[in-house]
Design a protein around this ligand. Structure first.
Ligand SMILES: Cc1cc2nc3c(=O)[nH]c(=O)nc-3n(C[C@H](O)[C@H](O)[C@H](O)COP(=O)(O)OP(=O)(O)OC[C@H]3O[C@@H](n4cnc5c(N)ncnc54)[C@H](O)[C@@H]3O)c2cc1C
Length: 394
């Protein structure tokens, strides 16, 4: 058995693991990432692929989160222009839409203010004469269409780019490498992982659990025992169909439950999502449910009449990802989306587990984590500022 010492060992090669590795390496720390499968194999390749402020979070008064998301969006547009693209978003309003034109206008005005009034934060009403250019959007009873801007990415490519950026700053990656256990020993953890037929041991001054939906499974392998947070895993499904929309992304409301659904172009095809269903079991086994696909097809057909006759056979591809949400009584859709850090100890934390989070703010989340817990690590010379690091596709 070999044993190497790292300042930080990260479990998980999703956007949070890659982000923490990048922020840690930029801070001058030695860092190792363990990923059991491949980069972005979990939720980080199954998201809605939006780099957005989260317009609907304004309704639950999550202003700080929206402002932070819009700031991170502006950084990504600057640092990753080949991976993150600004797109027009359209909100059509009909007489039975749950939000009134006045509410949407007020929301967009606030969104624009929180984003800092730049060009990418403009919004407007689309004139009636231009409605026939909107990709065959249902015109009957259409009252208004608002247009604003947000961004779209390829979540898998973005995560890979962040991981490469971390590696270029010295981070190490072991993959496939399954974390199998860790024991706290004074001021560090002895970490064990399996790679191929080999079992390897290393030492971490700080162990980061960025295992996404597996967060509590990882905690169960750690001693002394650390009780995790009570969570729900909520699955969200997307479907991909032939055809596309050319004007941008449509932000529509599902007739069944008034939830937001996005209709977006995706690699010359059409992607529609998402849903929210409780999930129990092994996160690796999450698959789209027939009822979720039916819900998305029905919602699409309501707004785009040419898709009214589609059946399950017309679905080219579908995928499901898992959200980690702290357990509360409220509906999943309206729960806060803040990211939580959970530690093994308050006075001398050597293990930090990441719960929840958003792709859009991965950098800010990672930076906060490093800033908050660097007091347990030796001083190192900072080598880069993650706000200025370019991210490029390979
Ligand atoms: C349906 C859906 C849509 C979303 N859409 C958006 C969006 O449009 N915009 C946005 O900003 N956010 C969005 N999000 C949120 C965002 O996608 C997630 O917060 C983010 O991808 C989670 O990343 P993660 O790194 O925490 O987890 P993951 O990406 O799941 O990564 C965890 C990694 O840990 C690895 N792992 C687990 N156990 C072990 C082990 N024992 N050893 C080694 N490795 C292990 C897994 O293989 C996996 O690769 C969405 C989420 C969902 C569910």
């Amino acid at each position: 058995m070999t044993s190497k010492q790292f300042d930080i060992v990260v479990i998980g090669g999703g956007i949070h693991g890659a982000g923490v590795a990048q922020a840690a390496a930029a801070h001058g720390y030695s860092v190792l990432v363990l990923e059991q499968s491949s980069i972005a194999a979990g939720t980080s390749s199954r998201s809605s692929k939006l780099i957005h402020g989260g317009l609907r979070y304004l309704e639950s008064a999550q202003f700080t989160l929206v402002r932070e998301c819009l700031y991170e969006r502006s950084l990504l547009l600057k640092n990753a222009p080949e991976l993150v693209e600004l797109k027009p978003f359209y909100i059509p309003l009909y007489s039975d839409t749950s939000r009134t034109a006045w509410q949407v206008r007020a929301g967009l005005a606030l969104y624009s203010t929180l984003g800092g009034f730049s060009t990418e934060n403009r919004f407007k009403l689309v004139p009636r004469k231009d409605w026939d250019k909107l990709d065959g959007l249902e015109r009957e009873d259409l009252q208004r269409v608002f247009r604003y801007y947000d961004a779209q990415t390829d979540d898998k490519l973005l995560t890979e780019a962040v991981m490469r950026s971390a590696q270029s700053l010295g981070a190490e990656l072991q993959m496939p490498a399954e974390f199998i256990g860790a024991e706290r020993s004074g001021k560090h953890y002895i970490v064990r992982y399996r790679t191929g037929m080999q079992k390897v041991e290393c030492h971490a001054r700080l162990l980061i659990n960025a295992a996404g939906a597996w967060v509590n499974d990882v905690l169960n392998k750690i001693s002394p025992e650390v009780t995790g947070l009570d969570i729900d895993l909520i699955q969200g499904t997307h479907i991909i169909l032939e055809g596309t929309v050319n004007q941008g992304i449509y932000y529509i409301e599902a007739p069944e439950d008034k939830r937001a659904v996005f209709v977006m172009p995706w690699k010359d095809k059409l992607m529609v999502g998402t849903t929210e269903s409780f999930f129990h079991g092994n996160p690796a086994k999450v698959i789209p449910l027939a009822k979720e696909k039916a819900y998305l097809m029905e919602t699409l057909g309501c707004y785009f009449p040419r898709y009214r006759q589609i059946t399950h056979q017309d679905i080219v591809e579908s995928f499901a990802g898992l959200r980690v949400l702290p357990k509360t009584d409220g509906a999943a859709f309206s729960r806060p989306r803040d990211t939580l850090f959970h530690t093994d100890q308050t006075d001398d934390p050597r293990l930090v587990s990441i719960y929840g989070g958003k792709l859009t703010v991965y950098r800010a989340t990672a930076q906060k984590l490093i800033d908050e817990f660097s007091f347990v690590l030796p001083g190192r010379k900072i080598v880069a500022d993650t706000r200025n690091l370019a991210l490029t596709p390979q």
